[in-house]
Write a protein that binds this ligand. Sequence first.
Ligand SMILES: *Cc1c(COP(=O)(O)O)cnc(C)c1O
Length: 373
Amino acid sequence: MYKIGFNKPYLTGKETHYIYDAVSTGKISGNGKYTKLCQSFFEDNYKIKKALLTTSCTDALEMAAILINIEPGDEVIIPSYTFVSTANAFVLRGAKIVFADSYENNPNIDATKIEALITSKTKAIVPVHYAGVACDMDLIMDIANRHNLFVIEDAAQAIDSYYKGAPLGSIGHLAAFSFHETKNIISGEGGLLAINDSQFIERAEIIWEKGTNRAAFWRGEVDKYNWVDIGSSFLPSEIVAAFLWAQLENLDNIQTKRKEIWKLYFDGLKVNPCCQMPSVPDYATNNAHMFYLVCKSLKERNDLISELKEKSIAAVFHYISLHESPYFKGKYEGDKLINCDNYSNCIIRLPMFFELNKVAQVKVINCVLNFYS
Ligand SMILES: *Cc1c(COP(=O)(O)O)cnc(C)c1O
């Protein structure tokens, strides 16, 4: 056990109250009161045309892949420096994944390199807003429009973050959020599909409800409830939605605190010239999802993790670039992705959670500064 852990899920205190309420009404399967409250929250606050709660961000991405009719042989462009689900959701439908490199000064997909990867088979671009910091969406949407491609934002880490004032998740045709316990707003496991192109709304509800028109049936729009398309069990129970509602109600409080923690790290560590600090482009906001540093080498990064571990501080690295993963390595045919490789080798993530106190944080900062002095 570490004295200073890496993550601790924060509970607002209302979660079990709302779960009790959901359970006592006797309606605990999905698409009830709490599901609607959570979905409306996203539609009202983040300019999303239609929001559908899902059991995970992974599921929301799988729904997106079905919605844009991915077929075997279709190509999808995604960054290699990301979580597996970004790619896996499309692989499940037979897509060929085409990996793009990250920027040199920012782990997001390098939008200037996308166009060269487009072929007659390309169907979609999936930008990932790493650490909740926006990708260059104007450039990505412009490329997509000119080539008739869909854009699906992987906004798993990007709740309450913005690109030139537009909420992340409201820009692409579709977007996917995560409420996994490691994210800013949590429900244990959980996610949300954001639909911004209204052509997808009707079919999304069907795919969400196991390929049936049950949602329309409950609204009285059709007189028979039937199997009408493919789909799966993508909607979570009201128990999950009730938990999530307690979190969303507290979003401002959670975000304010996380941003304070992030700023303390930034101010405390910017005096150290040895690491690359997280970069937030002018067009983007920071939602304080994570605090990372980019070390100079794999060895330096691993030594720093060991040094922190010796002081009982949990720091982690992540994302073996997907083109280097055991599953994909043998299939990868593209160019070297030097920036992705660099982030795989050199990123270190420091403890970052709501209840991280200042004393502990100063210990982490001093340990990093000592390592470099
Ligand atoms: C967390 C995460 C996911 C997966 O989210 P789940 O809700 O656990 O399925 C996908 N993409 C990125 C970038 C993530 O950080």
